[in-house]
Design a protein. Structure first.
Length: 455
């Protein structure tokens, strides 16, 4: 059966154990609320150590008792255990007394009053169908920001009108009407603090336990609550942080996988690849799984300057826009070039634990740049040739005309032989000039210029 225990001391230093025993496994199961006292906490601890409790249950119980001893004014949460009838008997909890309506109505000034006032958690007793306050302990008044004079004798709806619309009034009505206990877990409660007049929000674990008269008729409800606000808020912060970290991780993972540049995470001690995206694998001409765990300098051995970049980053330097060139094992004989950035990753102690690298291959752009430079050289040469050809063509035309005139005027055979030699040389010059014009894409206006020298 499920058993909940809480511990405290009475004014006369008796050790008080408050017991809640659920008769079923679900939250709506009937719960017996009991109280037992021992001469000293050592008496109860001795029973625990001699019992047949499992180690974990024994540890939880002892821890709960020790926390009560060390911090007697600090409300402790319930210790929840699964115990059988034999173990209850071993701890002498089967003889714990259940408060009856008769003892509750006579609570003031009784020993039970001392026990309830020193309960380790907020405790109150409500009577009648409208749930009028019959008893409240100091922890409840402190937590809810109320005074005893403004609570006792009034109904919960009078004391907390701002709670209308929250589930607590309806749950009290149901427990009173049906006689079935209710166990709440981490329910939020919004109310106005009487002293500060400010809204407060708390989370509670609580039990609504019906109180019956001698005839078994429900005439009241006993409420035991534990403030679990800090635990709930801490868990919510942790969950929110976990969700945020997961979202950031998925975003970074998507960027890492789809980035158009090579990304890698390298161990700062031995330069092993710790992470490697697909773009990096494509650049190296290998599969991601084949490169992970290998030393970067072994996977890329023929790239001068790579070791220096990694060593500088491992020393804590941000190395940016370094041009490196070399060959890869996957394509020997092919000269490649890359732009490389290396950034150190620091651990919690400020030491460099890893290196993040960003690489972009620049082989194609460098080849295009080289071709552009070569093209520019060709263009300059073409302009120069065009200028020279223009300067040569005009004198050649003039020379051709003069040779024609001379040929017409001179009739001696020996003179004609000299002219033929001159014409042949002129024809050669014109042929060379036409070839240059064709080489550089210049218009060839007179490809057979020398032939026109003939009469």
């Amino acid at each position: 059966m499920r058993v909940r225990l809480a511990f405290s001391h009475t004014r006369d230093e008796l050790f008080l154990v408050t017991v809640g025993i659920a008769k079923g496994q679900n939250a709506s199961s009937e719960i017996d609320f009991r109280i037992n006292t021992y001469g000293h906490e050592d008496e109860f601890l001795g029973l625990v150590m001699q019992s047949s409790l499992e180690k974990q249950a024994m540890f939880q119980t002892v821890q709960g008792v020790l926390l009560t001893i060390n911090r007697p004014t600090s409300p402790q949460r319930w210790v929840e255990l699964d115990l059988n009838d034999r173990q209850l008997a071993e701890l002498q909890l089967e003889r714990a007394s259940t408060p009856s309506l008769a003892t509750i109505t006579e609570i003031s000034g009784s020993e039970l009053y001392d026990l309830f006032m020193q309960a380790p958690t907020p405790l109150l007793i409500l009577m009648g169908p409208d749930h009028h306050y019959r008893f409240v302990n100091p922890l409840y008044l402190e937590l809810m920001g109320r005074t005893k004079a403004n609570v006792l004798g009034k109904s919960v709806r009078e004391v907390y009108p701002e709670m209308k619309g929250q589930p607590f009034f309806g749950l009290l009505d149901r427990v009173y009407r049906t006689g079935t206990p209710f166990v709440g877990k981490e329910l939020p409660c919004r109310y106005v603090h009487e002293q500060t007049q400010e809204w407060d929000v708390r989370h509670f674990d609580f039990i609504y336990q019906p109180i019956r008269n001698a005839a078994g008729v429900v005439e009241g409800v006993m409420v035991q609550a534990t403030d679990v606000t800090q635990a709930v808020l801490a868990r919510q912060v942790s969950e929110d942080r976990e969700k945020q970290l997961f979202r950031q991780w998925t975003e970074l993972e998507a960027i890492y996988r789809t980035a158009p540049i090579g990304l890698a995470l390298i161990d700062a001690r031995d330069f092993r690849f710790l992470r490697f995206n697909q773009r990096s694998a494509d650049m190296l001409g290998c599969a991601v799984e084949d490169i992970l765990g290998k030393c970067c300098l072994e996977a890329v051995p023929d790239v001068p300057g790579l070791r220096e970049v990694l060593e500088r980053a491992a020393a804590g330097e941000h190395v940016l826009d370094v041009e490196i060139e070399g060959e890869l094992l996957s394509s020997p004989g092919v000269h490649r070039s890359w732009n490389l950035n290396a950034t150190p990753v620091f651990d919690a102690n400020g030491a460099v634990s890893a290196i993040t690298t960003l690489a972009t291959e620049t082989t194609s752009s460098k080849m295009a740049e080289a071709r552009l430079v070569e093209g520019e050289k060709e263009a300059v040469a073409g302009v120069l040739v065009e200028t020279i050809v223009g300067q040569i063509a005009d004198p050649l035309d003039t020379l051709r005309g003069l040779l024609g005139v001379v040929r017409d005027e001179i009739r001696r055979p020996e003179a004609h032989a000299a002219l033929e030699v001159a014409e042949e040389e002129l024809r050669k010059i014109c042929g060379v000039l036409a070839g240059i014009q064709r080489r550089y894409g210049l218009p060839v206006e007179s490809p057979d210029l020398a032939d026109t020298c003939r009469p």
